[in-house]
Design a protein around this ligand. Structure first.
Ligand code: SF4
Length: 237
């Protein structure tokens, strides 16, 4: 089986188990997705959503946020944790977009191809491949699968890739992705990683891809049930 076929097969099994994840009718603007992704680092989606809403409700525009002292941003986003680093990253990101422009906007990237957008966004200090690829998928509806820690871990355990870092996993799977599956594959792998294929102890008895999985340390300890975690930040802003 080729890598492309393996991805297709696992995607099919995940859909059978989790369904096809719904998408919002109105996709978030690229700047919104970027800010939400910065807020989501090292916290859960509920806390980062709350921090994002705090910013959006308190300030009408990102231009207003860009003018705030860093410490003020830190206060507003406190619930997401790592306030100092995140407020610094948000301020630096908004300031870099504001340079030479009145309006903070990334609308121009819509006319660029995927590789050029990745290069453009990752050239901004503090923006990595994962964050840039979230913009491609969640704001521009491109067939690009971002790779976070859950996607990286599950794909390596299943044996679809054998990679040392999320960015290497990203390169490998995105060259082999069938048309139109990025959002479902990404979202269902995150659900798999959060609910079943947990970092310390995977719950392999509940796993929809158990027969495909090559992980050597499967865990079949009995647990009563699996907690469903359906709230996904970037499909909710
Ligand atoms: S069988 Fe176990 S290790 Fe493999 S993907 Fe499923 S939960 Fe993870």
């Amino acid at each position: 089986m080729t890598l492309k076929e393996k991805i297709k097969q696992v995607n099919k099994l995940l859909i059978k188990h989790f369904g096809i994840p719904e998408r919002q009718k109105k996709l978030p603007k690229p700047v919104d997705t970027l800010i939400a992704t910065i807020l989501s680092q090292n916290t859960n989606d509920k806390n980062s959503y709350q921090a994002y809403q705090n910013l959006k409700k308190k300030y009408k525009t990102w231009e207003e946020v860009a003018k705030l002292p860093r410490a003020e941003i830190e206060k507003v986003i406190k619930v997401a944790g790592l306030g100092k680093q995140k407020s610094e990253a948000i301020k630096a990101f908004l300031s870099s977009l504001k340079k030479n422009k009145e309006k903070i906007d990334l609308a121009y990237i819509k006319n660029m191809n995927d590789d050029d957008i990745l290069a453009e966004l990752t050239s901004i200090k503090g923006i990595g491949v994962k964050t840039a690829s979230c913009v491609l998928l969640f704001s521009l509806d491109r067939n690009v699968c971002p790779v976070d820690t859950h996607v990286h871990r599950t794909l390596n355990r299943i044996g679809i890739v054998k990679t040392k870092s999320p960015d290497k996993t990203f390169d490998s799977i995105n060259k082999n992705l069938s048309d139109g599956i990025a959002h479902q594959f990404h979202t269902n792998l995150i659900k798999l990683g959060r609910e079943v294929c947990k970092p310390a102890k995977p719950l392999c008895s509940f796993c929809p891809v158990q027969l495909e999985c090559k992980f050597k340390h499967k865990n079949f300890e009995k647990v009563a049930s699996v907690n469903s975690k359906n709230f996904l930040l970037l499909d909710s802003i």
